[in-house]
Design a protein. Sequence first.
Length: 378
Amino acid sequence: MLRRTLLCTGAAAITAVFTGSLWHGAAEVRPGPGRYGPLKVPDTNGLALPDGFTSRLIARTGHKVGGLTWHAAPDGGACFPDGEGWIYVSNCEVPLLGGASAVRFGKDGSIRDAYRILSGANLNCAGGATPWRTWLSCEEIARGRIFECDPYGERSARPRLAMGRFKHEAAACDPDREVVYLTEDEPDGCFYRFRPGDWGDLTEGTLEVMCGAGERVIWKPVPSPAALPRPTRHQVKEARHFDGGEGCYYADGVCYFTTKGDNRVWAYDAASATLGVAYDADSPLTGVDNITGAPTGDLYVAEDGGNMEINLIAPDRSVSPFLRLDGHGRSEITGPAFSPDGKRLYFSSQRGRSGKPTDGHTFEVTGPFRNLVPPQRA
């Protein structure tokens, strides 16, 4: 049963504040049949998909893929164009031996190569892609770092310490305002943005934290991004706190982020500096975690537990399962990302059927996705 409808904090409890193309007008979040119809019986990979969609297991922890032994506990991921093919990167969320790997695909979807792009980091959870085609890999530990990685494997990864030392989860770039939004996985975590001194160079800049208790918010500088002597989330008195920040995704002027403690999908309208809630319900989406989007305006939200589903939130506020992974009940779905042409969706089951980090599975789903190619920026 839904316990809340779409709402916005503050006085405008019914009126949507979003100016992005995804959320115009007010409407109730509700379960629905979805854009692609009901799920079929699970396939040989355990994936229940809509009619017309198929799955492929592309990598498994401890097994070779493209000459590389695939890492344990695959987590956040993203896709990057690579000539006529593409690259999928995936984080490794294990202590001390974390990092990130990449799989290179040819134009026909065949796997051409695989390689490490970051080694020796610690509990690399989620992250985000940049417009200049690098991968931000985030450490989910106290005073964790962000590493900027080269998906193409030509340059060494570099820590970006100016982006703050805290329990990082995910990142999303806003090229319109030239900032990077950051989530923090703490029960009293904050929502941050990083303003680099030079867009495209993350070595220096200003870390700011969202402040204010109502619909309208402001940003204030974090005095010590290095978290000395106090954690970043406790340095600004007016900072707004969120219950377990998870995934983060930016599109059309709106930054969406999830909080696992209260099972919400938030929406920050960057143009009007207002904050609302895009999803706040008990079902069908439970255990909100990683989030991505499609050119249609649909949001794809992965579950950490729940029914092991990726749910689709459409612009009309209907919420429906897009896929379900059976037999992986002790795992979580991580790293959803579309190939550059929008024809393939990648994601992982972090702990597989056994529930152990050494049993990670990484999948590809193909099928009749709608409006495949996003509009090109001028």
